[in-house]
Design a protein around this ligand. Structure first.
Ligand code: HSE
Length: 428
């Protein structure tokens, strides 16, 4: 049997401990599947003495992840610390420079520095694998880079942040407002240390940036994405969208069009009966579309010890078998520069507004939409006691610029009681 594949694990939080557990519990299975023993040489974390409920005494300990990354008895540096800069970046760079393969769950690091890290790794002849960085246990990196390698990818979509999906579905199911469910998430431990990463769409945006590069052969560029979070979504939005047959999701959508590669992470409406519309709780879903395969849908847990460690082990097994491929599907030097698309593909929009309840108010809104070339598909006014009336409009497909013109013109009609909410409706 070839020599064992030796791991150095940096980070012993939920994911790191999960990796240790699988390596210990599944040693025979891993070795049978890869033809090599997979062993842990050394580990590193902030606190050596903390009880993590897992056996660590047989592994060497390093306080410094950079030292771990350089150890002679480490073949694969497993980075499960997190953070786009600092120790995670230093240690990953050190591992590459020392000729070690890297397996990373760190979406932020790769979204911000992926191009430079890929160039360094490929120059050194080592791999960076990151299945665990996108959608936890769902093997979407492998699906794109291997299973769908014979396809031209036209669109990648998905729910990539389980916390946001939990918040939105819980609001809908229990009729609770955003703040109440956000507080619930704090108690359940669902939120990142900086919750803006979740609810601001940033964590999901990091994941989408990696999928865009892999799907469309472009350099990773988080700044080319349009990012909007779920903080402004109200229970009224959710209930009224449901009334029109839709669900609101924090949805990542990336597609190639005549305008370039458009990529956005934002709250969108999707049909309630669609697979994305049916996704409940803290789950993830990735939808991939290729010219030959058509559409495929992958659903699973996007976070947590078992699912994320499962993805890390998938990458480790590939390395044990000797798999080597460019980090983002094609050699880093051949990836095209990535820029924000000039405009968005036309879409239907959902508009919610409060109008002054007086004669001609609705007519004025319909007129500004018509003047901007935006056609109304459906419209509903809800019962009310107050001096303002809640109105919902679903448009036909319209250019984003036309919609923005109409919304700007609405402001000067004098009939709006508050700024309208506009959300894209995605065709799926
Ligand atoms: N906080 C993320 C989520 C998991 O809720 O999906 C880590 O990316």
């Amino acid at each position: 049997m070839p020599s064992p594949l030796r791991l150095g694990i940096a980070g012993l939080g939920t994911v790191g401990v999960g990796v240790v557990r699988i390596v210990q519990r599944q040693a025979a299975l891993l070795s049978a599947r890869t033809g090599r023993e997979i062993v842990i040489s050394a580990v590193s974390a902030r606190s050596k003495d903390k009880d993590r409920g897992v056996r660590l005494s047989e592994y060497a300990w390093e306080d410094d992840p950079v030292a771990l990354a350089k150890r002679d008895d480490v073949d694969v540096f497993v980075e499960v610390m997190g953070g786009s800069d600092g120790a995670a970046k230093d240690a990953t760079e050190a591992a590459i420079a020392a000729g070690k393969h890297v397996v990373s769950a760190n979406k932020a690091l790769l979204a911000m520095h992926g191009q430079a890290l890929a160039e360094a790794a490929e120059a050194k002849g080592v791999a960076i694998r990151y299945e665990a960085a996108v959608a936890g246990g769902i093997p979407c990196i492998k699906a794109l880079s291997e299973g769908l390698a014979g396809n031209e990818i036209s669109r990648v979509m998905g729910v990539m942040n389980g916390t946001c999906n939990y918040i939105l579905t819980r609001m809908q199911d229990a009729g609770l407002d955003y703040q109440t469910v956000f507080a619930e998430c704090e108690e359940l431990g669902y939120l990142e240390a900086d919750p803006t990463l979740d609810v601001g769409g940033i964590d999901a945006g990091h994941k989408l940036a990696l999928l865009v590069s892999l799907a469309f052969g472009t350099q990773v560029n988080y700044d080319a994405l349009q990012i909007e979070g779920i903080e402004k979504i109200t229970i009224e939005d959710i209930q009224q969208a449901a009334d029109m047959g839709y669900r609101i999701k924090l949805l990542g959508v990336a597609q190639r069009s005549g305008r370039g590669v458009e990529a956005r992470m934002s709250p969108c409406l999707v049909p309630a009966a669609s697979p994305l519309g049916q996704l409940e709780g803290p789950m993830n879903m990735i939808v991939l579309e290729g010219d030959s395969v058509g559409q495929i849908v992958l659903r699973g847990a996007g976070a947590g010890e078992g699912p994320t460690a499962s993805a890390v082990l998938g990458d480790i097994c590939d390395l044990a078998r000797g798999a080597m491929q460019p980090v983002f599907g094609v050699p880093a030097g051949d990836l095209a520069p990535s820029e924000r698309a000039k405009s968005a593909t036309p879409a239907a929009y959902y508009l919610r507004m409060e109008l002054a309840d007086k004669p001609g108010a609705l007519a004025k809104i319909a007129a500004v939409l018509g003047d901007a070339g935006v056609s109304i598909d459906r419209m509903r006014q809800y019962g009310h006691d107050a001096a303002t009336a809640p109105v919902l409009i679903v448009t036909h497909r319209a250019a984003q610029e036309a919609l923005e013109t109409a919304i700007a013109a609405m402001e000067s009609t004098g009939v709006l009681a508050s700024a309208p909410v506009a959300l894209r409706i995605e065709d799926i």
